[in-house]
Design a protein around this ligand. Sequence first.
Ligand code: ZN
Length: 887
Amino acid sequence: MKSGSPLLHMLPALVMAAAVLTACNRVDRSDYTAEGVSKLLATYRFETVRDVKYNLAFKIDEGKYTPVEGTAVLEFILGAGREPLVIDFKVPEDHLRTITVNGRNAEAVFTNGHIIIDRGLLSRRYNRVEIGFHAGDLSLNRNDEYLYSLFVPDRASTAFPCFDQPDIKGRFTLSLDIPGEYRAMSNNPIVSSDTVDGRVTLRFSETKPISTYLFAFAAGKFELVEKEIEGVRMEMLHRETRPGYVENNSDEIFRLHFSALKWLEEYTQIPYPFDKFGFVLLPPFQYNGMEHPGSIFYRASSLMLEASPTLNEQLSRASLIAHETSHIWFGDLVTMKWFDDVWLKEVFAGYMSDKIAGPDFPDINHDLRFLLSRYPAAYEVDRTRGTNPVIQQLDNMKDAGSLYGGIIYNKAPIVMRQLEQLAGEEDLKKGLQVYLKEYSWGNARWDDLVTILEETSRKPLEEWSRMWVREAGMPVITPVITEGDGYRISFREDDPFGTLRHWPQTLRTMVITGSDTVIADLEPAERDSYITTAERPLCIIPDISGRAYGTFLFDSLTAKHLTVHLPDIKDPLLKGILWINMYENLVNGVILPSDFHATASRDLQVISDLQLRNYLSGRFSSAWWNWLSAEERAARAVETEAMLRGRMESAESPAEKRSWFGTLRSMTVTPSGLDYLASLWKSGELPGWEPRSSVIPGGTLPGRTLNKGKIQGVALPGEHQPGPVRLSEDELCTLALTLALKGHPDATSIIAGQRKRISGKERLKRFDFVTPAVSPDVTVRDTFFESLRDPANREREPWVLEALGYLHHPSVADRSEKYILPSLEMLEEIKSTGDIFFPGGWISTTLAGHHSPEARATVEKFLDDHPDYPADLKLKILQAADHLFRK
Ligand SMILES: [Zn+2]
């Protein structure tokens, strides 16, 4: 094997295939073998490589550091073309051991994470390349007792040689040589298992054609649970050791998967297309879930719920399972051609999961749920200078991770609902069936779908698609009141980016006057679209449908009216819309933080809808820490804590009690309040609750939304029994850490006591990892921060983010300001070593708690000093720093 020589020396002829070079574009040919997978390389390979099969074998030992050795046999048909063959393998050069091409030992060049094979060694038709290698660990998530692969979006090639782009699908045959006490799961069923000398060799059957990012395996000390429901066999691997959790949760986990599968088969009219169905629950996992066909991976805590889970937790679990299962069709069976369309699979998974999980929760207001789960998170990004369109430009797969974020996950579903409205629900369904059928086992683009939908719905969609899918940002919409013969109310639309863009949408506007309420459909920025009233409007609600999207700023009378009267409004959806608008008005300086706090405090006490209360509690707490000054907090602390404590003590169900407790824990600042929290920590439980006389056995209170109906399936022991509510281990850990963060005098003994209480090994490791971040000792905190420079100490990303949340908590922001600059400086490296959400999580968790002019100056200077900073990361910084730029 030859190595290292720059590409220019070995390419036989730098003439790119005509197929790739369209006449007018001059392409920089060094892109072809540049680091990552450039669009140029991907396009060329797609046209010249097909019918790919991977035969992979890995030898895995216990422990984190023993090398994983592997062999890969790549078989494929090669079409006409002049360029050498490029196989992706992003590892240090010494990882490559042997290579034979069509049976002959080969000379290959290894450069920029690619193995480059001379055209002369390859046949025009069938080829077989056999590679012996030492697998890279980056995406194998090694742990002492297990490992799991996570290859999305372009990381399969960090573990084994492959064509790492979504539109070259391959059939994978896997064999794993593992310690005898290990179990394993992959996309396909195990077809043979041979035990020799305490080791097992498992062979899995060949997969259907799948993209490299969907190939997966997990191996280690796992427990296996199998279940069959109405002929559907499912398997689950887990490492849960806490007593009761598997028993309490597994039936519901299987049931939710089964019902999602059945629903999707019906909706798509395509039977489950892969060879088996299973899932792996991993203790720490980078995402909530990842949709590998036949072997979905989940973060264990997202499925294994605590006893008496809140309604939110149950909903989230059902939605998550429906989301990942939907991907089997939307993403796995039909895959985006290039990762710039990754939003497409996400939006359909989200859209389907809303439809699937809905019927299981008949008492839930689903419009409200959609509103609360999507709009705030979409606005969080879309209001910033760092926002991006739904479809983003992607020139190289190595940057694909940066595409994920609030816009794809939250704005895209909102856009999708617009599409449903435009095309009609039935025509959309028909269009999707055509799309799935036409592109099964292959790849498609957004535009392919738009073409199909224009046909099935007979509606023009192009202009709508351009503004809502291809443009970044959202309109700022302000009422215009003209006084003349009565009052005329219309809306002005501004483009925050200063251009003259117009987003087509209709608002259902409500205008309240002293004696009248008028509702009408208005188009912002349309001259003849207005409402007239005889009296001066007291309150203008721009949209009451919950479908309009943008920054809706209040006029001063409306702001005043709502701060007084919002708690009187009964309709939960309208209240949700208004609270989301209130928050945007707070962010934009229209509503004062003190008014926001006072109104939210009153409203929290009268809201009965749990979803809405949970949302408002979150905003109540974030306004407390991020918008009120320390003096304003101090002035309101006694009253606020008393209110929250009173509500918690009188709450009527454990779930509600927990939810109040969470808010109280987050907001408490007074010494006596902290003492009270310390007493809860000590007892390990929340004060008991008494059932009301009107309680119906089974846990429903008249006029309230509690667990009932099918959710009853997960009612856990203790859920409906009166008596004290035990705090879970996670809650106790968070409570102990919070007490330490806020400087409770007994913090040291509380932390030590909590360590002793923790039963699980993983939990204890996590607790020990996070604890230095709350230390009162500056040396301990500095040492902890410095330790994060080593990528090995950042491997457990959720742990790192939890610790950063404490380190940069607003209550201690002044002492952590010094970490901002080094954190910015580390961001590029974090992108190269971390998973896709980590750079965004890293920088937003770092900046969220800071509000000082110095923090702002640090960020601005950093951006000024790095004019050539990678665009995707710059956007992440601008998103995370938005609140600083508004002060
Ligand atoms: Zn997804």
